[in-house]
Design a protein around this ligand. Structure first.
Ligand code: SAH
Length: 363
């Protein structure tokens, strides 16, 4: 596929209307195209039979449908699935399908969650995370973000009703494409996913949180906090030097003024780094000030990194400090650990490396 073709999934209805106008076509054609894409789920332009042959040819000159070729689908014993997708420039990204009984936030709604990537690699260099190890390559386009969801549905036959931007990359460092993707995922002409079922997770880019607060969609926000004081957070998250906790909380006030949803703090428990009960008490205070929920995540080991999770009594003691302070807090039941699909285990893959990993492909 020539790299110059763009993904049809990255076009909003307004983009299609504009494109049709430029090609002397009516607005109605734009509606037909999005119906073929998102409702009828065609996999080629030739299936768009109510468009003229010449219009289909014009479309083919500029676009691909946008399904992502899947290099590999790995299955975990707990029915988590990890996809490795190839992009048009041969870069690889990972997307994880999480079973209905194990959703982010302890959601028991029976919805399947897809954990999507927003960038190839990541520039933020969190010390505990696999995704940043090989640095940053590029932003994903809106088409590549929507493409992950469309392809996961296409390949598994499942209906994905929850999306978390917790795969590879920092979504708020790719705000333009993120916002466009959210629009397409949410639109009734698009994937028609409720905004409340989409969670953007960030390492804490304060100015971008303020910008995202102003988009008119009731999406959810998760903050990767991982330290309750600047001293602790700074050791493991260099972004904290740029946006210290006080600056981050200013941004969260702006968020709260615009959105009805509670914010979630994600807090990885790393032994001897951020798991003291003193940190728990400060975290409780911070969560209370914002009416935020806390998601505790026992650290998932990453090959080549020295960190490990505290033992279960320490995890429980940390949780207890939060519950005693009346904070809604859960320890996330991890999924997909056995296939390196758990949080923070998604990393830049060389195809050769990936294929060398023993896996149990599902399809
Ligand atoms: N850059 C965004 C999106 C990535 S989300 C963010 O930082 O929020 C991935 C989540 O997994 C983040 O909360 C991240 O901090 C967490 N994470 C990273 N490495 C992890 C690890 N080894 N174990 C558990 N969680 C990890």
């Amino acid at each position: 596929m020539p790299a110059s073709l763009s993904s049809a999934y990255g076009m909003t209805l307004d983009d299609w209307i504009e494109w049709m106008a430029e090609h002397d076509q009516s607005k109605f054609r734009a509606k037909q195209v999005v119906q073929w894409l998102f409702l009828k789920r065609v996999t080629s332009f030739d299936e768009m039979t109510n468009l003229s042959q010449s219009l289909r040819e014009e479309l083919k000159k500029e676009f691909t449908i946008g399904l992502l070729p899947s290099v590999r689908l790995t299955g975990s014993q707990d029915t988590t699935r990890k996809f490795l997708f190839r992009l048009s420039d041969d870069r690889l990204i990972e997307t994880v399908k999480i079973p209905a009984n194990a959703n982010f936030d302890g959601d028991r709604s029976g919805r399947i969650t897809l954990c999507v990537s927003s960038q190839v690699g990541c520039a933020y260099d969190c010390k505990f995370c696999a995704s940043g190890l090989a640095g940053f390559t590029r932003n994903l386009t809106a088409g590549e973000i929507v493409g992950q969801v469309m392809t996961a549905e296409h390949e598994t036959g499942d209906s994905i009703r929850n999306i978390v931007f917790m795969g590879m990359g920092e979504p708020l460092a790719n705000l333009t494409q993120l916002t466009k993707a959210l629009t397409i995922l949410n639109a009734d002409w698009g994937m028609n996913l409720g905004a409340r079922h989409m969670t953007v997770s960030t390492s804490g880019l304060a100015p971008q949180i303020e910008k995202l607060a102003k988009i008119p969609m009731q999406i959810r926000l998760a903050i990767s906090l991982h330290g309750a004081t600047d001293e602790v957070r700074e050791q493991i998250m260099p972004v904290n030097k740029k946006y210290p906790i006080q600056r981050l909380f200013q941004a969260l006030d702006v968020w709260m003024a615009h959105k009805k949803q509670m914010v979630t703090f994600e807090y990885i428990l790393i032994e001897g780094v951020n798991d003291s009960l003193e940190q728990a008490a400060i975290l409780a205070k911070r969560a209370k000030s914002l009416h935020a929920k806390v998601n505790l995540i026992p650290y998932n080991t990453v090959e080549g990194l020295p960190w490990k999770r505290p033992d279960i009594p320490q995890q429980d003691a940390f949780l207890k400090v939060l519950s005693k302070a009346n904070i809604t807090a859960t320890i996330r039941r991890e999924k997909g650990h056995d296939i390196d699909a758990a949080c923070g285990q998604l990393r830049l893959q060389e195809e050769g490396d990936w294929l060398a990993v023993p896996t149990s492909p599902e399809k």
